[in-house]
Design a protein around this ligand. Structure first.
Ligand SMILES: [Zn+2]
Length: 122
């Protein structure tokens, strides 16, 4: 038995690729293999958040800029035991440097609360 890691369709043995998604099948669906778009790069942790709304906002912003990203943890938990309290934005390792730049630019322009603690008042 083989499964498509993208659409999770089941195929019988002998079939090696999903005709709908055009990607290689896996022998079993695990949280690892069912993560979308993991074909040739590892996802890496960009940053963790305390709530999924904020993490989702960042992930959406990154995707709008062409960064492959997804949210893990919170209500999206695929490994509930290890990330129960933490919501993590994961990005493709090839996009990591750009994701950090975008993230910082995004929060600098959005009046981040911590920016007011600057001590350059002389
Ligand atoms: Zn498929």
């Amino acid at each position: 038995m083989a499964f498509c890691p993208n659409c999770e369709a089941e195929y019988r043995a002998g079939i090696t690729a999903c005709p709908d998604c055009n990607i290689e099948l896996v022998s079993e669906l695990t949280p690892e293999t069912s993560v979308h778009d993991k074909s040739d790069a590892e996802p890496v942790k960009l940053r963790s958040f305390r709530n999924s709304a904020e993490a989702e906002m960042v992930s959406e912003m990154l995707e709008q800029n062409g960064i492959r990203s997804f949210v893990e943890g919170g209500e999206f938990a695929i490994i509930p035991s290890s990330f129960s309290q933490e919501v993590v934005v994961m990005v493709d390792e090839r996009d990591f440097a750009r994701a950090v730049e975008l993230y910082e630019a995004f929060f600098n322009s959005e009046s981040a609360p911590s920016a007011e603690e600057k001590t350059d008042n002389q």
